[in-house]
Design a protein around this ligand. Sequence first.
Ligand SMILES: Cc1cc2nc3c(=O)[nH]c(=O)nc-3n(C[C@H](O)[C@H](O)[C@H](O)COP(=O)(O)OP(=O)(O)OC[C@H]3O[C@@H](n4cnc5c(N)ncnc54)[C@H](O)[C@@H]3O)c2cc1C
Length: 525
Amino acid sequence: MKEIDVDCDVLIVGFGPVGQLLSILLADKGWRVVVVERRTEPHAIARAVSFDGEAARIFAAAGLADELPELGELSREIEFHNGRGDVLYRSEPAAEGYFGWPDSTSFYQPDLEAALIARTEQFPNLSVLLGTEAVGVEETGEHVDVRLQDGSRISARWVVGCDGARSFVREQMDVSEQQAGFSFDWLVCDVVPHEITEYRPNNLQICDPKRPRTHASAGRGHRRWEFMLLPGESPSEMNTPDYAWKLLAMADVTPENATLERHSVYKFRSAFADRWRAGRLLLAGDAAHVMPPFSGQGMCSGVRDARNLSWRLDLVLRGLTSDALLDSYGVERIDHLQNSIELAIKLGRVICLTNEKLAAARDAAMLAGRARGDVPPRPEDIYWPIRKGVFGHADQVTGRLVPQARVASADREGLFDQVVGTGFVLMTLGDPAQCVSPESQEILDSLDALVVGILPPGTPRDTLRPGTVVDVDGTCSAYLSGAHGEAVLMRPDFYAFGADEINDLIRQLATELNLVLREDVLKVG
Ligand SMILES: Cc1cc2nc3c(=O)[nH]c(=O)nc-3n(C[C@H](O)[C@H](O)[C@H](O)COP(=O)(O)OP(=O)(O)OC[C@H]3O[C@@H](n4cnc5c(N)ncnc54)[C@H](O)[C@@H]3O)c2cc1C
């Protein structure tokens, strides 16, 4: 790669959870990363209160696997009640779900951010400049100069705006915001109960047309209450401690039994940028999209952005492919994000009804569904496949997330990612050693890809060859058997690139990534 005189490879604007995560993922690949954050200290208040199993898998891959169980609690029951207390909907997230982690974890955001920040401090190649605001951007061919509020400049090959819903970087990119058309004001109250109490259900949406409201875990020792503002109520008048206590009293929460940590009125709305890349500027997290929090997918979507973008930037920075790979980042993520926004709005339309007649019709339909025995969708059913992007030939696993289960190597047992590692991973049933051609191996080596053979449950661990693991409970074998291919190739963001004959699959990968390889290597297969 031609050397350019820059201060860093990637400059990230914004050090919220998405900027924190992205900086770790890139620094972990060895890139020089600088983050600028206009706050002088980390944000001390929670916004998100839950994350899903896919986000947990990504946090674990960023180095938080050991801390995660302490950073939150299994969300346990999620129920929707009507104003009379009838149960309209109930689900119970699994403790070990499709991704090996809880399907839903309730957490206290400042604790998660503290763990992410502690992780950033482990990288000498990562600098975080607090109290530093980006105020100007100038792209000059092969790099970008970012001007800071004190007049100084930082030069970077790539700039990623992780700078939240009012993104400064997005403003510089001349992109349009697509409004998805849903907007309600809610008063959000975070409370610390004075006594440890077990709440049943642990998470409750009260779909009461007189005052739609939410009561949820916000991590151990923290509770979140949210109250929808009714037509005619003014956000500024209601955003006071007195009003917060008045509404909290509906749930018997009073200054005698709880401390009000904070209260804020938020406009729950949905919108996304129609392009996430312009030249050397990119967007991730709330800078690229916002949605109502009813499905708990806002931060999770940003976490997916960070994972998807980080492996692409890594390949581009390594000179293994052209920057065209960054164009499919937005294509893939917008396709997925639109489903997340639709789900959030769908739930919002159930929850935010204030018309008594419509609410009664909703109740009747949902109660009838429960009486019929309708079951809530499993989380893996709502992890939508990505339909367009960097994928191999169509197979039923292509573009879908790969499950994670426990495996055992010769010396340890644990979740697949922590035992085998993450990145591009080629998985086969049995020992793949003889099947990978030298040309394919060269492609895999250029990508630092892992090749792993999955052996049946019960295989004695002392007989394992390097590069093979035992499938502890049969999950991996069942998945691979269903894929109709000799191997499944998993991308670093845990999506299946495809399933096929091994060398054919690797050739497809080289082609789709447009890898810069020698002619003879490209002719594998
Ligand atoms: C009430 C509520 C409940 C929610 N619940 C959930 C949930 O349960 N699950 C979930 O997944 N999501 C949830 N969300 C969404 C989630 O909180 C956000 O998606 C997430 O916090 C966004 O993170 P971010 O890093 O993209 O942006 P932010 O956290 O907004 O961080 C952006 C950072 O950029 C900095 N910045 C901005 N401009 C500049 C500049 N010019 N220079 C330098 N720094 C700059 C800001 O100071 C800020 O620190 C909820 C949101 C709300 C409001």
